[in-house]
Design a protein around this ligand. Structure first.
Ligand SMILES: [Mn+2]
Length: 337
């Protein structure tokens, strides 16, 4: 089966979504899963789909924005910002394939795919219940506590950390393939995975120390500027572990490809969230969910990123519109881009 699955890269939910849909499509076609190609996608301004990404005979996209291309055959997403232009939304709504699904209230795309395949196609993989359950916890930031999310003892949380941090293009493929059938504890224990994880956990422990030094809480907003620290992305729960009274975090970071402003809300808030973070990020060309979002800039745009971060932090310090439709009340918490 010549299938390409485009998925949200460097993301547990993206990888788990690719694993689940890949297994379904292969079993449905009575084909081996060996020939499935996985293409990680990254949010960015402009068209994120690389040329040729949808040129294969069968193409799917999961946990990532919509493409109106007629070469997209299967699509599942739960991002509020799935449609960049009104024409894309119109194309989705006009689609009669019965193979494209969007639910911005779904806690995770993996859970959404699981429910959709069960309810509409009568297909289930009961042994993947753990994978689905952890995707729901991770993507909706429904950890029992910030400390659990910072300690990373659970196999699922170790895979989450590895997928978010790895720059090895072969590793996500191996993990997705393993996720189709194997228990998470077994995947983490695999020598190649354990070896890749060790330095990342070491960096994580160093990042906890650096965030502890740099993060400042002001008006309920934790700001951290990680530019120049060598930390490309810090686990976003460190801030809430340090400052349980914080409502929001605004973090500036960079990697060789981009400069990023990550905005989040405390999943264990002492006072409720009153801002829609996706909307706030959309003002700067970013997006996400009501509870978490990001603005991605080209590499090197440090001052622009700092300015945007300061403006977003200032907006979050001021009480937002009354928690209602505008603030996305009722929508479950979410995560990523
Ligand atoms: Mn997701």
């Amino acid at each position: 089966m010549d299938l390409a699955i485009l998925y949200h890269g460097n993301c547990f939910d993206g990888a788990a979504s690719a694993a689940l849909l890949g297994r379904f499509l292969a079993e449905r076609a009575g084909a081996p899963t060996a020939a499935i190609r996985h293409l990680p996608m990254a949010h960015r301004q402009g068209d994120p789909f690389p040329p040729g990404a949808l040129d294969g005979p069968l193409n799917a996209c999961v946990d990532f924005r919509f493409s109106p291309s007629p070469r997209l055959h299967w699509w599942f997403d739960h991002h509020a910002s799935a449609f960049v232009a009104p024409a894309e939304r119109a194309a989705f709504e006009a689609d009669r394939s019965g193979q494209k699904f969007w639910d911005p209230s779904a806690p995770s795309c993996t859970g959404f795919i699981h429910r959709t395949l069960r309810d509409r196609f009568g297909w289930e993989a009961p042994e993947l219940a753990d994978l689905v359950a952890w995707a729901e916890v991770i993507d909706a930031a429904r950890f029992p506590s910030a400390a659990v999310a910072v300690r990373l003892d659970e196999p699922a949380l170790r895979l989450m950390t590895l997928l978010e941090a790895t720059r090895d293009p072969a590793l996500p493929d191996r993990i997705i393939e393993a996720m189709r059938r194997r228990p998470l504890a077994e995947i983490v224990a695999e020598p190649a995975v354990a070896a890749a994880l060790a330095p990342i956990l070491e960096r994580h422990r160093a990042a906890v120390e650096i965030v502890r030094r740099l993060a400042r809480l002001e008006g309920g907003v934790v700001s951290a500027d990680l530019l120049g620290t060598g930390i490309e992305a810090a686990n976003k729960f460190i801030a809430y572990d340090l400052f349980p009274e914080a409502r929001y975090t605004v973090v500036v970071s960079e990697d060789p490809r981009r400069t990023k402003v990550s905005v989040g809300s405390n999943p264990w808030p002492r006072t409720p969230r009153t801002h829609d973070i996706a909307r706030l990020c959309e003002r700067y060309g970013g997006g996400g969910h009501p509870v978490v979002g990001a603005v991605t800039l080209p590499a090197g745009q440090r001052e622009e990123a700092r300015r945007i971060a300061a403006e977003i932090a200032a907006a979050l310090r001021v009480e937002g519109p009354a928690a209602g439709a505008a603030a996305g009340a009722g929508a479950p918490p979410g995560r990523a881009p």
